[in-house]
Design a protein around this ligand. Sequence first.
Ligand code: PEP
Ligand code: MN
Length: 242
Amino acid sequence: MIPVNSLVISGPCSAETREQVLETALGLSNVGIDYFRAGIWKPRTRPGEFEGIGDVGISWMCEVRETYGLKIATEVAKAEHVEFALKNNFDMIWVGARSTVNPFTVQEIAECLQGTNIKVMVKNPVNPDLKLWVGGIERLYKAGVKKVIAIHRGFSTYDKQRYRNLPNWQIPIALRAEFPGLEIICDPSHISGIANNVFEVSQKAIDLKFDGLMIEVHPNPAAAKTDAKQQITPKKYLELIL
Ligand code: PEP
Ligand code: MN
């Protein structure tokens, strides 16, 4: 279902244990993904929730790269995270939706990236503000980041009947008009909020000619410490891409 030249990123919402990270990577090792993702530092809405495994998760990601030859990506939200990712030669990092809303945060990340070659993805801000998304991307370009990719993950809404985050497809389409040639991928997991809708949202993104997908995959979604409802198993993931 995913067109051949699409950029495909998948992996768990969060790195939880070494076993969970390696098991997910094994499940995804032969299905042609471009990057393996996992959140190491998690921006949680409320304190007391699982805030990510922290620095030790970096070594599990490096193990994934060594064992399965997969490229690795994680979310960064401050200078210290960027430094960790750079020191460990991560292939790509992304700025999360809660960071894109804050120009100070994006600027801090951008300054840390000066003179480096790492690829950087920028999720849309949680609120439906095209300018903030544009501004985040501009800050990275201004810092000299050569490869920037945008991720559409939907926009916060109080009414979550259909989507966890409203797609507002016209916003990523408007972003494309601002930056012709910028790759824009879709994150159907955070838009859907539930595993059963990930296929439908992925199809819509493909129909709208998005350049790729970022999909959350977990070997045992029900037991996931973050985003349990929206993660799919490696087996389901296979059905989605075929
Ligand atoms: C994530 O990718 O797991 C994440 C925290 O995403 P977002 O920034 O879109 O909420
Ligand atoms: Mn998530």
